[in-house]
Design a protein around this ligand. Structure first.
Ligand SMILES: *Cc1c(COP(=O)(O)O)cnc(C)c1O
Length: 406
């Protein structure tokens, strides 16, 4: 699969997920709205990544992108690790065959209970602060287990063009790079396994040159910090940030230059300088985002002063990101398709709106779609990541949608 191939399938008149036509899938789901994730596309995506990234590079899946247990279970046999960001995600990850030692736990504000769960399970805790380090040590003492930890570093550089910046400048994430040596001194001799470092600078970046430069700077930073480590570095998590095209003008990320850059960094720098390090990339939306759709049905069609509205039975309470309210600065349409039961009706320009009584519930603005009738299916693409669990499902009290892995 080339990047965007999943997206291109929206032009496929058959509109199938996992080989099953959407109308049939809607019947199988018990109705609309629903999310459907395509396991063959997930596999193709992982294969596509593996073919372009160095063999020695480990691939970790960031569970928060899509924590559906069946998806996480499916990916457990295909990626090398899971990154979790809550006790709940950790339980989902630990229910799969993934070894706990390959699960890493990042995120600010981990509670004492969550840290104790992680230590007891043998999960790698990515320390976000000195306070967290002390809590992990205390949990280890209480449980009689040597905690496995890495230091999450807030880098001393920023990455341009990320949809969400999570490193550089003041951050609630990680320990500021310049304060890491002090923390390492504090931890030297403590009863824990200090495995290495984790640097995650940001998310949803489509510029390969920028990502390559960030990886270069991340490696330089890790090498500087490694000099202060009490022992050999065995784990380097370079973050990720690989974006996917959501909007018409977005170009898919070019993976080849990134693969070449990582190959060079591994062979020329990391292998010679940190020979024991397991080097990891952690990706969420790049793995799952293009493999899922959100399917709704037209409940009403109205013309208001010259503008046509298709009102569907779903909305931002399930798919907030498509409404433009999930951290976006400017609202732009997600790719959308309509499956007309009567395909002979030509096309029309419409607004697709959800069923919530708020003007925020706009799923597609001024789009050209086949002429619709009540009962037709409307599909939102790029819905495999940050869909259901990133949406305010309780808002307005409609029932939750079904999720299918097909
Ligand atoms: C959210 C997150 C990710 C995943 O980001 P994507 O944009 O989905 O790839 C990876 N690592 C950490 C630490 C995160 O918080």
């Amino acid at each position: 699969m080339t990047p965007g191939a999943a997206l291109a399938r929206r032009d496929d008149p058959a509109l199938v997920v996992g080989g099953i036509p959407l109308e049939r899938l809607a019947a199988r789901a018990g109705g609309t709205p629903f999310f459907a994730y395509d396991r063959a596309l997930l596999d193709e995506r992982v294969d596509y990544l593996r073919a372009r990234l160095p063999d020695a590079l480990q691939l970790s899946y960031a569970v928060k992108a899509n924590p559906m247990p069946a998806v996480v279970q499916h990916l457990s046999g295909r990626v090398d690790g899971f990154d979790v960001a809550s006790g709940g995600e950790m339980r989902v990850a630990l229910d799969t065959p993934m070894p706990p030692a390959r699960v890493s736990f990042a995120g600010p504000g981990k509670t004492e209970a969550e840290l104790a769960q992680a230590v007891a399970a043998g999960v790698t805790v990515e320390l976000e602060s000195a306070t967290e380090a002390r809590r992990v040590l205390a949990a280890g003492e209480r449980l009689g287990v040597r905690p496995r930890v890495a230091v999450r570093v807030n880098p001393d550089f920023r990455v341009k063009g990320s949809g969400m910046r999570m490193g550089g400048g003041p951050q609630q994430f990680g320990v500021d790079a310049e304060r890491v040596p002090e923390l390492l001194r504090e931890l030297a001799g403590a009863d824990l396994e200090l495995l290495g470092f984790h640097v995650f600078a940001g998310s949803q970046n489509l510029d390969a040159d920028v990502l390559c430069a960030a990886q270069q700077r991340t490696v330089e930073l890790v090498l500087r910090l490694a000099e202060h480590a009490p022992g050999p570095v065995r784990y380097v998590n370079l973050g990720g940030g690989f974006g996917i095209p959501y909007h018409k003008r977005d170009r898919p990320l070019a993976l080849e230059p990134i693969g070449d850059n990582l190959d060079r960094l591994l062979t020329d720098v990391l292998r010679p300088r940190l020979p024991e390090a397991r080097v990891t990339l952690e990706l969420g939306r790049y793995i799952v985002g293009e493999c899922g759709v959100y399917v709704t049905r037209v409940v009403d069609k109205k013309v208001s002063r010259g503008t046509t509205f298709l009102v569907v039975d779903g909305g931002l309470h399930h798919q907030l990101a498509a409404s433009g309210n999930f951290g976006q600065v400017i609202r732009r349409n997600y790719p959308v398709a309509l499956v007309p039961r009567d395909p002979g009706g030509g096309v029309e320009r419409v607004n697709v709106v959800g069923c919530l009584c708020t003007p925020l519930d706009l799923l597609a603005s001024d789009v050209e779609l086949p002429a619709a009738a009540v009962g037709d299916l409307v599909v939102i693409y790029q819905a495999g990541a940050y869909g259901l669990t990133a949406s305010p499902t309780a808002f307005l009290g409609h029932p939750p949608p079904v999720e299918l892995l097909v």
